[in-house]
Ligand binder design. Structure first.
Ligand code: TNX
Length: 550
């Protein structure tokens, strides 16, 4: 039975305090949520028609074919292009995925030309218009052909194959004879994502998550074809990344978390491991350092970064004075008119850019209560210059629309229409409306984890919206994509995180991937029900929403 740890008494009191501000309702220590009994593997029905698939996100196009299915057998091989490279890495990844449940080690061979009978063939090619993540899949009884312009598309296609196999494919151990046949029905799938940016955010600042927990988070992104991992690395309660030029950020700023406790931080080696693990799944890491507000942990480590010491609500359980373990927001800020502030931002961005292969750095910019509008705008404009100088594209929360935006800067919508100020400047938008996409919102008043300041967000609410029509006046071209943020004021371990993610993360993944014409709530709620046996086999906790016949 999976369950989450009960938060500390300190956390409960911090939440109660915050609820006065955010109206999040009474915070009680959550009871472990009973999960449905484990479904015997034999009860998972084999898929007989491709058109009856339970794929999430739904592909752009699925066509069933007559004829027998493809079956994995002891003689199946995986064939990758002779040129090797990343495509062969995807082939090897698939062999590793299929091994435990089937008990079979499928050889991966590099060869061009006609494939041997019984092979799963990965090929580069197809229509370039499908983009880097598009793919086509042709399944006959003889072979499976997966074709994509880029290795990322092959990887996304492998996730489709994975979901087309019986749920038992997720089992950690082979169960002799169950299921009798690992089959995939014949037919063809042609697929590509609607939006280029499809992300999820993990707030590792309010509560620290270990590298292994971050891997578990990434695993879910990969299964649902998301391509961006946004890590919220700093906030009032903690600084979570080693910065050589300012070492106390991590050692002091990282020494606690919401509710007290030891906190933690990632060394540069840890961060490199996370980047590598994500890149192996064609997921880009976007690191966030939140400035100018949400900076108490940095100011506690280096008081010269503040104009005068902000006065946080006392945190009696903090390991030293100045550190903060509550959850009230907006009161801290870097001193906008001291040069040391910009030296600090420059050093941090330089080191972060050097360890981040992806094109983006997120600089926060949200919930600033202690600067005037002019001070805020001037600060954001300087920060954009710093990020550009270090060769990266800046993302900021929607409030940055109040500043003059550099070409290329991206605004992330979360709660209001300040993003329209950004859109009017020609900025691309990432859509994370709190009433739809915030994974830290409670499902209902009765679910205990999470906050409720924006809404209660049941599964259908997170599914039934459109990132473009959400605001009047936006066009498809304004929207770079969507992101599902998990803020962790109430979330202290990965099992609790999974409870809030599942099943909303797959719903949001479909919002980001599937063309509007192929999206439908009734279909989604049927398809997602078939995923619960997978989650149980993967050891993933979830909320058994009453909106789904699990
Ligand atoms: C708002 S979203 C915040 C976060 C909180 C979150 C809780 C945003 C940019 N700021 O600081 O953690 O609400 O739901």
């Amino acid at each position: 039975m999976l369950h989450y740890r009960v938060p500390t008494a300190q956390l409960v009191s911090a939440l109660t305090l915050a609820c006065a501000i955010t109206a999040c309702g009474a915070a009680r220590a959550p009871e472990p949520t009973p999960l449905p009994a484990r479904v015997p593997l034999e009860s998972a029905p084999a898929l007989t028609m491709l058109g009856a698939h339970r794929l999430v996100p739904a592909p752009a196009s699925v066509t069933s074919a007559e004829g027998p299915p493809f079956a994995l057998t002891a003689t199946t091989t995986i064939v990758v292009p002779a040129s090797g490279g990343e495509a062969s890495r995807v082939g090897a990844w698939m062999a590793t995925l299929l091994r435990p449940a089937t008990g079979l080690l499928f050889p991966v061979s590099a060869a061009d030309g006609a494939a041997p009978a019984g092979a799963i063939v990965l090929r580069r090619g197809g229509e370039a218009s499908r983009g880097a993540e598009g793919y086509e899949l042709t399944i006959t009884s003889d072979s499976v052909r997966l074709v994509a312009a880029e290795p990322a598309g092959l990887f996304r296609g492998v996730q489709t194959l994975r979901q087309l196999l019986p749920a038992a494919i997720e089992s950690e151990q082979s169960v002799a004879g169950v299921p009798k046949e690992w089959t995939i029905p014949a037919g063809r799938i042609v697929d590509r994502p609607r939006f280029a940016y499809r992300g999820a955010m993990l707030d590792v600042a309010r509560h620290f998550f270990t590298v292994k927990e971050v891997y578990q988070f990434v695993d879910l992104l990969a299964l649902y074809k998301l391509n961006t991992l946004h890590l919220h690395l700093s906030d009032d309660q903690g600084w979570r990344i080693e910065i050589d030029s300012w070492p106390r950020l991590a050692t002091i700023g990282g020494s606690t978390q919401v509710g007290g406790g030891p906190g933690g931080y990632y060394t540069k080696a840890d961060y490199a491991e996370i980047v590598r693990y994500a890149a192996d799944r064609f997921i880009t890491v976007v690191p966030e350092i939140d400035v100018p507000a949400h900076t108490n942990a940095a100011i506690a480590a280096y008081p010269e970064l503040g104009c005068s010491r902000p006065v946080p609500v006392p945190s009696p359980n903090a390991p030293m004075p100045g550190l903060y373990t509550g959850i009230r927001v907006g009161w801290s800020a870097l001193c906008h008119d001291k040069e040391v502030t910009y030296k600090f931002v420059d050093d941090v961005v330089r080191e972060l850019a050097a360890m981040t292969p992806g094109p983006f750095i997120h600089m926060g910019g949200d919930e600033v209560e202690v600067l005037t509008r002019e001070q805020y705008a001037a600060f954001i404009e300087r920060v954009q210059d710093i990020v550009a100088r270090h060769g990266k594209r800046m993302i900021g929360w929607e409030e940055i629309g109040r500043a003059k935006m550099r070409p290329g800067t991206i605004a992330q919508m979360w709660h209001a229409d300040t993003l329209l100020l950004a859109a009017r400047q020609g900025a691309k938008l990432v859509m994370s409306p709190a009433t739809k996409a915030y994974l830290d919102m409670k499902y209902t008043p009765a679910t205990e984890l999470g906050l409720a300041w924006a809404a209660h967000v049941e599964l259908q609410a997170s599914y039934d919206w459109d990132p473009v029509t959400f605001f009047k006046g936006l066009t498809e071209n304004d929207v770079l994509g969507i992101e599902a943020p998990l803020w962790t004021e109430t979330v202290s371990n990965i099992s609790a995180a999974q409870f809030l993610l599942m099943p909303r993360l797959p719903a949001l993944a479909e919002v980001g991937w599937t063309p509007t014409s192929a999206r439908n709530w009734e279909s989604f709620r049927t398809r997602i029900a078939a995923h619960a046996p997978r989650w149980r086999l993967l050891g993933v906790n979830y909320y058994p929403s009453p909106q789904v016949a699990w």
